[in-house]
Every structure is written in C-alpha cells, then in structure tokens.
Design a protein around this ligand. Structure first.
Ligand code: CU
Length: 150
C-alpha cells in the first residue's frame, strides 16, 4: 500500500510553497520528509522528522528505493559521512534526519531528476514494518528550512 499524503505549507518568510510528505504507521508517524541532491551525480540525501507513536519507540533498520541504492549515514564532526546500521526513534521521542546530521543517502539512481520531482522510498522499521513514501526533491537550501518549519 502506498501512503501518500501531501500537504502544502508556506514558511513565514514568504519562501516558495513546497510540498511535504507524511505517513502514519503503527509505531511511527513521519511528520515530513524531503530529499535534496545532485541530478548529475544521480544521488540524493533524504531528511525526515519521525515521531514514535508506540510506547516502545522504533528503529529505522534500512531504507530502500527502486532502481537505486540507499543507506543510512551519520555525519561526523569533521564533516565526513559514515554508514550506520540503525537509527533510533526512542519511546515518546523523535528521529530527525537532515542536512548536517544523520540522513539517508540514495545513490546510483537509475533515472534523471530535478527539483520538483519526487523519489519513492520504503522505510523499514524494526517494529512497525515497511512504510512507503513519495518524497519531494527540493533545493538544498530549502531542505533544512522545510524540515524545521513549525
Ligand atoms: Cu551521506
């Protein structure tokens, strides 16, 4: 089943209106998700804000995307990136992925894309199972703003 809920919101600064994506599963609610990247490198990064809705929390074990390779990354203090095995959404807490912090890296995308397109991803939660999202691709400079918007 493809959960696809797009909502529009405008930042109070008058920034362009960009669609966000949300989905609710049994254990986790994804409040918003955006991707940004380089079409020439066929690579995007994915950020999201997910809140645990179960008492046990949940853990993002992996992410997949059709026709591409996806992995979980954390950003290190020196600015480099390293693969990580799991990202936790603690009980009554949230998991925030985005620029300069942990993120999902999607490489070797088998088609070209541009800002305004979207990318299909499946989040694999340890307790909650698979959650399908279609995530809008936004400009790098808009990603953090969209993720942090009130
Ligand atoms: Cu990365």
């Amino acid at each position: 089943m493809l959960l696809l809920v797009s909502s529009l919101f405008a930042a109070c600064t008058g920034a362009p209106v960009v669609p966000s994506t949300s989905a609710t599963g049994a254990t986790v609610r994804v409040e918003r998700a955006v991707a940004w990247g380089l079409a020439s490198a066929r690579s995007v990064s994915l950020g999201l804000l997910a809140t645990a809705v179960s008492n046990e929390g949940d853990a993002l074990d992996s992410v997949s995307s059709p026709g591409a390779k996806a992995m979980l990354h954390q950003t290190e203090s020196g600015g480099g990136m390293a693969a990580v095995g799991v990202l936790e959404a603690p009980p009554a807490g949230s998991l925030t992925l985005g620029p300069g912090r942990s993120h999902v890296m999607i490489n070797q995308i088998d088609h070209t894309f541009a800002v305004g397109d979207s990318i299909e991803v499946t989040l694999h939660w340890r307790r909650g199972g698979s959650m399908h999202l279609r995530v809008p691709i936004v400009r790098f400079g808009d990603a953090a703003t969209l993720l942090d918007a009130p």
